[in-house]
Design a protein around this ligand. Structure first.
Ligand code: SF4
Ligand code: SF4
Length: 440
C-alpha cells in the first residue's frame, strides 16, 4: 500500500496531506536514487526497502492502532529517552523527522537562523504538519542537552505537548541521583497518559525487548566492521538500517536485523564484499544523522571510501550498552539500572567526556580502520568544541582524521566530495607505504 491509502488517517491526525504527499514522493525518489542503485545489496535489505515505502503509511497506522488501545506514543529527538518504559507500557517510542532542509525556512519564522539544522528541521516539520510521527505523538520527549534544544522546547510546546527531562551535564553522585528522579517522573508521566500504574514486570519486559534490539544492532556493527578483509554491506545501508530502528516496531525490527545478519555472516565466511579490495575503511564520529540525512555517506561511498561504523547517536552510541536486569526485584533497583545504562551515553553535552575519547581510540583499533571523519552539524557547539579534544587525541596516536562541518543543504556537496577525495588519496598512499614496509 502507498500513503494514498492512508489519506483519511493522516488527515484525522492533522497532517497537511497535500504537502506531506509531495514531501514523501521527493523522499522516496531520493531513496531510490541513492540506495537502490547500489550493486550487490544483501537480500535482507528488501524488508528495509519495504519499510521505507510504508514509513509514513502502514507504520503510522500501527502506531495509531496502539493509541486507540490507550497505549502511549512518544516522539523524540534524543537517545536519552527511557524507551524501555514506553515499550513496557505496550506503546511506541520513535525518532521524529528532523533531517530535511525542506522544513527549515518555516522554522526560521520562530527560531534563529544560526542554530543547528536538526532542531530547525524538526521544528519546521511540526509547523508544516508534515511529519505523521509528530502528529501521532501523545507528547514529544525533550531534554536539556544543548542550549538550542532546551529553549526550542518552550516554543514547540505551544504547538504540541512536550515533556522535558532534565539531563545533567556532569556525572557526579548528586547528578546521577537527580537523573534517577527524572526517570521516575518520566514513568509517572507515561502512567498519566495511559491512566494506569505500570508494573515492574511490564517495564522489565519492555527492557528485554529493547536490549534484544540493541544486541541485534551490535551484531550488525560487528559484521560491518570487525572483519578487515570483507565489508558485506555498504555504510549507507548500515546507516539506513540503524535509522529505521528508531521508527519500526522493535520486535519485528530485531527479527529482521538478525535475519539480515545471518546473511551477512555467510557473506563474511565466503568473503563477499560490496566494495573492492583495499577500499579505505572509515569510521564517522560526531553528531546524529536524522533521516533523510544521507549526505555524508553518499559523498564518501561515491568517492571511493567505505564507512564501516558511526560513532553517533544514530549508531554505536545508541546500542553499545544494555540495561542490566540481573537481580532486579523492585522498582527502585530497576530505575537505578536504567540510570546506570543511560549515564554511559557519552554525549558531548557532558563535561568532562573523556570516556568518549578512550572509546573512539579503542573502536579505531578494534576495527582496523584506515581513517576517521569527525562530522558535526553546523552550530552544534558541544560536538564542534569537543572536536578539538578528540582530534588532538587522534593526532597523538597518528590516526588520520578529516573534520567536516555541514548542514542539510546541497550547496557544499561538491566541496565535501573534493575534501573526501583528497583524504582518501592520502589514506591510500599511507596504506601502500605501510605495506611496503611490511606493517599494517
Ligand atoms: S548527541 Fe546528545 S543530545 Fe543529541 S541525540 Fe545524542 S545524546 Fe541526545
Ligand atoms: S546536533 Fe548538537 S546542537 Fe543539534 S540538537 Fe544535537 S546536541 Fe543540539
Amino acid at each position: 500500500m502507498g500513503i494514498e491509502e492512508y489519506k483519511d488517517l493522516l488527515s484525522s491526525i492533522g497532517v497537511d496531506v497535500e504537502k506531506h504527499a509531495k514531501m514523501m514522493s521527493a523522499g522516496l525518489e531520493s531513496y531510490k536514487k541513492q540506495f537502490l542503485s547500489q550493486p550487490n545489496r544483501p537480500k535482507g535489505m528488501e524488508y528495509f526497502d519495504w519499510f521505507m515505502s510504508e514509513i509514513q503509511g502502514e507504520r503510522i497506522a500501527e502506531i495509531n492502532r496502539l493509541r486507540s488501545q490507550k497505549k502511549p506514543a512518544v516522539g523524540t529527538f534524543c537517545i536519552f529517552v527511557p524507551e524501555e518504559i514506553i515499550v513496557g507500557a505496550g506503546g511506541a517510542c520513535y525518532g521524529l523527522c528532523g533531517g530535511s532542509p525542506a522544513t527549515i525556512p518555516d522554522a526560521e519564522s520562530e527560531l534563529p537562523r544560526n542554530i543547528c539544522p536538526l532542531i530547525k528541521s524538526a521544528h519546521g516539520f511540526k509547523l508544516q504538519r508534515t511529519c505523521a510521527y509528530t502528529q501521532s505523538s501523545d507528547f514529544i520527549y525533550g531534554e536539556t542537552t544543548c542550549e538550542a534544544k532546551k529553549k526550542t522546547w518552550e516554543i514547540l510546546n505551544k504547538h504540541h505537548p512536550v515533556h522535558v527531562m532534565n539531563i545533567p551535564h556532569m556525572k557526579r553522585e548528586k547528578d546521577l541521583k537527580m537523573w534517577s528522579e527524572e526517570i521516575r517522573e518520566f514513568k509517572e508521566h507515561i502512567e498519566e497518559v495511559i491512566g494506569k500504574k505500570l508494573t515492574l514486570e511490564e517495564m522489565k519486559n519492555g527492557t528485554k525487548i529493547i536490549n534484544e534490539k540493541r544486541d541485534a544492532l551490535q551484531r550488525l556493527d560487528a559484521l560491518r566492521g570487525m572483519n578487515p578483509d570483507v565489508i558485506p554491506i555498504s555504510g549507507k545501508d548500515g546507516l539506513f538500517i540503524t535509522q529505521m530502528g528508531f521508527l519500526d516496531d522493535p520486535v519485528r525490527y530485531t527479527q529482521k536485523v538478525n535475519q539480515l545478519c545471518d546473511e551477512l555472516d555467510e557473506r563474511v565466511k565466503n568473503k563477499i564484499s560490496v566494495f573492492e579490495k583495499d577500499t579505505p575503511r572509515l569510521m564517522v564520529l560526531g553528531t546524529p544523522f536524522a533521516p533523510p540525512n544521507w549526505k555524508l555517506h553518499t559523498a564518501v561511498e561515491s568517492t571511493g571510501g567505505a564507512i564501516i561504523n558511526e560513532e553517533s547517536c544514530i549508531g554505536h552510541r545508541y546500542y553499545k550498552d544494555n540495561v542490566d536486569l540481573e537481580n532486579v526485584e523492585d522498582e527502585e533497583t530497576f530505575i537505578e539500572r536504567l540510570m546506570q545504562r543511560y549515564s554511559k551515553v557519552d554525549c558531548a553535552c557532558f563535561t568532562p567526556n573523556t570516556p568518549r575519547i578512550d572509546k573512539i581510540l579503542k573502536m579505531y583499533k578494534d576495527r582496523q580502520v584506515d581513517g576517521v571523519i569527525y562530522y558535526t552539524l553546523s552550530f552544534c557547539h558541544t560536538y564542534n568544541v569537543e572536536a578539538h579534544l578528540v582530534t588532538q587525541a587522534l593526532e597523538k596516536e597518528g590516526i588520520p582524521c578529516l573534520v567536516i562541518e555541514s548542514d542539510y543543504s546541497a550547496e557544499d556537496i561538491g566541496q565535501i566530495k573534493t575534501r573526501v577525495e583528497a583524504f582518501l588519496e592520502s589514506l591510500a598512499f599511507k596504506k601502500k607505504a605501510k605495506k611496503f614496509k611490511g606493517i599494517r
